[in-house]
Design a protein around this ligand. Sequence first.
Ligand code: MN
Length: 241
Amino acid sequence: MKRSNFLLSIAAIPITAGLSPISNSLNKFIINNERSKTPMSKFELPSLPYAYDALEPYIDKLTMEIHHDKHHAAYVANFNKALEGTAAEGKTFEEIFKNVSKYPVAVKNNGGGVYNHSMFWTVMKKNGGGAPTGVVADAIKSSFGSFDDFKTAFNTAATTRFGSGWAWLIVNGGKLSIISTPNQDNPLMDNAETKGTPILLLDVWEHAYYLKYQNRRPEYVANFWNVVNWDEVNKRFSAAK
Ligand code: MN
């Protein structure tokens, strides 16, 4: 995205009392966009919070363009279509996911596709990565022993997920866990084996890495640690505790 378009998209966000710095208001917008919506309004495709090439060389520009503009956009369109005329129409993600088994399967598949990707863009950034910081660094150490042990466990979840799905770091009752889900399922859904509030996630569908890495999913997963936005993970951890 061109910088000028990015700023325009920020300017288009309705400003409400209490939102001050631009970066904070953008962040709140993204979180609010995941968690709530105006009743009966359509879900929208959030803008990528950085340029398409911001995650190079670890995640390439063309993959980001197709992933956001085609895959994510299609989930948004198909989710809105799937909701029409169902009891899920007008509800928030959370309300939909906690009863998702009651709705047509297209609501689960496309709703997960919208929510998961909207969150995925925010947990990465240009010049990200490195060791975790803040409260989440302490929680990772006490739950997994060390950052390296944590990465090994997360990488195993991501590389051993058979077929398409996601790897997650979730919080439940203040406790961190690593899980994986198939397809576009997520840990907020009523059918999830382990439920919790997600604070970090990695897309392991082939569309997320195949152009650059082909069949080398482990290499893509290893490189993810170079783009993680730990500030965002900390924010989500603090909000979830
Ligand atoms: Mn994807």
